[in-house]
Design a protein around this ligand. Structure first.
Ligand code: RIB
Length: 308
């Protein structure tokens, strides 16, 4: 049976330029190829979940413009349920300017547009879909009231909330108590826990600090070093990363979260779901662009099989 995943969040059109190095303030860097692809942390997570095998619903706000039309077409191609996406007559669709260097690292600036107007009433319209989900994935590129409202509906109806705290911001303990898994990267974990996460020991301390604030479990992604995890029922563990040559790390975290939701929605144990998500993220960094890099389920399973 396919798991049911709902993603509540942002959608952008990404304008990407490949550069030899990331520009410093005031510097102009002559780059290489330009490409424009569908992105946005929420939409990336939804596409990652659909390709990894879940029945996927995406709740978002887009402008009534050409970028919005292209995004809807793309989501339909991916088989994603778009019934709860609102088209805003007064705000443009979100746009992200991205530069990617030769090591695959990036810098991103986002003009949120309609994402900043996704409101609790929009979430309320999708109440039934949220309640029918195994997992609900939320990030922080939309207003915090909407994040909190979506988490409340999901929690009250028994759906597991995965909160990807990106980009990092303060979060209330009331919200954290509704979260089944919090999935920061190192810098987000450092910000939220008030501990400089630089190695496994500090990651363990950060996990414990975040669990004291009420979340059920935490997964901290550590890039090439894999991910650490712990929950109320699962002792601390480390899931090693898969070794691949990175071309572009954009959206690796989004792909990780989308695949993690699929793993949990299918009933995998936390350790197995994190391994599945690690494999998906590893596949994603080998390709340029956010959504173009999200792997199909077969590719994720092949990578896992190759290591087994
Ligand atoms: O996480 C990567 C995403 O961040 C990009 O697709 C961009 O749109 C921003 O939302």
């Amino acid at each position: 049976m396919r798991g049911k995943v709902t993603v509540v969040g942002s959608s952008n059109t990404d304008m990407i330029v490949q550069v030899p190095h990331l520009p410093a303030p005031g510097e102009t860097v002559l780059g290489g190829a330009f490409s424009s692809v569908c992105g946005g942390k929420g939409a990336n997570q939804a596409v990652a979940a659909a390709r990894a095998g879940a029945e996927t619903v995406f709740i978002a706000r887009l402008g009534r413009d050409a970028f919005g039309d292209a995004t809807i077409d793309n989501l339909h191609t991916e088989g994603i349920d778009t019934r709860f996406i609102v088209r805003d007559p007064d705000a443009p669709s979100g746009v992200a300017m991205i530069v990617v260097d030769e090591a695959g690292e990036n810098s991103i600036a986002v003009a949120p547009g309609a994402n900043a107007k996704l409101c609790p009433a929009d979430i309320d319209n999708a109440r039934e879909a949220i309640a029918a989900s195994d997992c609900v994935v939320i990030q922080l590129e939309i207003p915090i009231e909407s994040v909190e409202y979506a988490a409340q509906i999901a929690f009250e109806s028994g759906a597991r909330v995965i909160l990807n705290p990106a980009p990092a911001r303060d979060l209330s303990n009331e919200l954290l108590r509704r979260v089944f898994l919090l999935t920061p990267n190192e810098s987000e974990a450092s910000f939220l826990a008030g501990i400089d996460v630089v190695n496994q020991d500090t990651a363990v301390a950060a996990v414990d600090r975040l669990m004291e604030r009420g979340v059920d479990g935490v997964v901290i992604t550590l890039g090439k070093r894999g991910a650490v995890f712990k929950s109320r029922n699962v002792p601390f563990g480390l899931a090693e990363a898969f070794e691949v040559k990175a071309l572009d790390t954009t959206a690796a975290g989004d792909v990780f979260n989308g695949a993690l939701a699929v793993g949990l929605a299918e009933g995998r144990r936390l350790r197995d779901a994190v391994a599945f998500a690690n494999a998906a993220a590893a596949c994603s960094v080998t390709k340029l662009g956010a959504q173009p890099s999200a792997p199909e389920r077969e590719r994720i399973l092949e990578l896992m099989q190759a290591r087994a």
